[in-house]
Design a protein. Sequence first.
Length: 136
Amino acid sequence: MDKIPCFLCGTLLGVRTDKNGKLYLICDSCGSQHFVRRQHGMERLKEMGRYFPQQTAQLAARMESLLQVQARLNEIDALKKEIQKLELAAGHIFRDQEKVRARDAVQKRVDALLAELERTAEDIHEEPGLKKTVAT
């Protein structure tokens, strides 16, 4: 049987069998022990053991997508702070045109990142097996 993650810490656990044929898992990382004593539970555990390896690649791809989105959001936040600094540095009465141009350039980068996020969201909604939702 394949390995399944510990529900407390995520470490992959091998399913073991005791002398009576009952299944159990021991996590050395967090010290938890999981015993499965009934037939229905053992069948479900075996099913989970087959399910996780099949889904690993798909979950890894989604995790990569999530990390990319988070990186874009962090970059947008940093750029917005830079825009505020440039706006203050440009002045209100006597405008420093170089600072205004720099602010506009940074704003264009923010706009490009937002457009990229929108495309990513559309791509995610078009993946097979995902339910399409309406953003509010």
